[in-house]
Ligand binder design. Structure first.
Ligand code: C5P
Length: 227
């Protein structure tokens, strides 16, 4: 069976990473969550007082970029790779709603995108990869053999994210999560560099009314058509 590149893009909280992880496991491919990389840069900016509710020192962040080292390390117990920022495991810290908001802000900076995209391209050079994000089928792997674009209504996505955060004991309200989802959609689709758009050759999946299993088998069929 030939090894291919699978690009999964779409709005936040559409279940991209769940699908990508399932696919990577089934196909024995590498899975890369590019959102984790933008989140780790946002965390770095927070830790270094470069971003906050009322300030964002973009130039400062760009100056610091050579000092930001991002790495995925596979955790065999969990069955997926975790994000390391300058050798520290930040997997838990990057999943808060605060980091989500700042991640969209740092993702607007072209220098940040250029650094991360270069690293992502390098990770995919041997194919056999499933990568999810916002610009994978358009910028990172425009020649990917399979491109999926995932959507669902903002309310459906906010409810899913809210349930996840509740499970983790995060004290946020549904309204706050919905606001965050809508704001991130706006920033992601309106930024000048690599806005979230559907690639011409991507297959769109609206999973508002699909459960995980239905979605997975639909995508697996698409994979089998290509390999
Ligand atoms: O996918 P996730 O929600 O973890 O991504 C966090 C943020 O990082 C997104 O809202 C988006 O602004 C940014 N991002 C991006 N390009 C990617 C992946 C994520 O701009 N390839």
């Amino acid at each position: 069976m030939k090894k291919i590149t699978i690009a999964i893009d779409g709005f936040s909280s559409t279940g991209k990473s769940t699908l990508a992880k399932q696919l990577a496991k089934e196909l024995e491919y590498v899975y890369v969550d590019t959102g984790a990389m933008y989140r780790a840069v946002a965390l770095f900016a927070m830790q270094n007082q470069l971003i906050g509710p009322e300030f964002f020192d973009k130039t400062g962040l760009v100056d610091f970029l050579p000092k930001i080292q991002l790495e995925f390390k596979f955790n065999a117990d969990l069955g997926f790779a975790e994000m390391y920022l300058n050798d520290e495991n930040v997997e838990k810290q990057i999943r808060t709603i605060e980091v989500s908001s700042y991640a969209s802000k740092v993702a607007e900076i072209s220098e940040v995108r250029a650094k991360l995209v270069e690293q992502q391209k390098e990770m995919g050079k041997n194919k056999a990869i499933v990568m999810d994000g916002r610009d994978i089928g358009t910028v990172v792997f425009p020649n990917a053999e399979l491109k999926i674009f995932m959507t669902a209504s903002a309310e459906t996505r906010a409810q899913r994210r809210f349930d996840e955060l509740q499970e983790k004991g995060d004290a946020v309200s549904y309204e706050e999560v919905l606001k965050n989802v809508v704001e991130r959609d706006y920033i992601d689709t309106h930024r000048a560099d690599s806005p979230l758009v559907i690639a011409d050759d991507a297959i769109e999946i609206d999973n508002s009314y699909l459960n995980r299993e239905e979605q997975f088998s639909a995508v697996l069929e698409l994979v089998n058509d290509v390999v």
